[in-house]
Design a protein around this ligand. Sequence first.
Ligand code: PEP
Length: 252
Amino acid sequence: MRREIIAGNWKLFKTLAETREFFDALLPDIAGVDHCDVIVAPPFTVLSAAADAVRGSAVAISAQDVYWEADGAYTGEVSAPMLRDAGCDYTIIGHSERRQLFGETDETVSRKITAVLAQQMKAIVCVGETLEEREGGRAEKLVESQLRDGLAQLTAPELSNIIVAYEPVWAIGTGRTATPETAGQMHAAIRGVISEIYGQHAAESLRVLYGGSVKPGSIADLMAQPDIDGALVGGASLDVGSFAAIIRYGES
Ligand code: PEP
């Protein structure tokens, strides 16, 4: 049985004061929630404050990116040991905004994963096709190559520290969610690729999240798909009410 995950990606939003205010409101609201892991990925500047705010709760903190070297002359970068030190248990790697705007490749994804696992952290590895790739019938092939190249170096035991997030680029921040069936098909395809590389047990244990304009009104139908194990939520994770409603989906 795979435990569900609801993860929020704050992107380039929230000050220190807004971060504290967010967790002051969120934690009591979700105190009784037990059906899923909750992860929040704030920007670097507030990671430590976020980790302080969630201490003693069931919420875990993730970074949104990482550099693969531990330290050195790499101005502007932040390393996995630094994220660990700031209180992160996870980092997102290979988000499509990093791939599209900042030159992230499957090779850099792979290097970052290695660095993160060496710190006993877990990686939320994002994959997903553009609209052009989907309309050209290349979506599954593209996601397969992102998985094969990005996860290439991992052993099956290491894979247990990986969460895959399927995020079709055309659905991110656009208000256009993939239908549960479209998302479910890709999640099944992802599990198929993982099964080919690592075997059936690893594939059945892997948690695969859907991301792309998830809202309180769309989460339940997505979660009804057998291969969707949770959501990576961008815009709707910035508001306590909508993020809590997504976490509490299914409650009457
Ligand atoms: C994301 O940032 O990973 C994301 C899915 O964003 P949104 O929910 O806003 O589409």
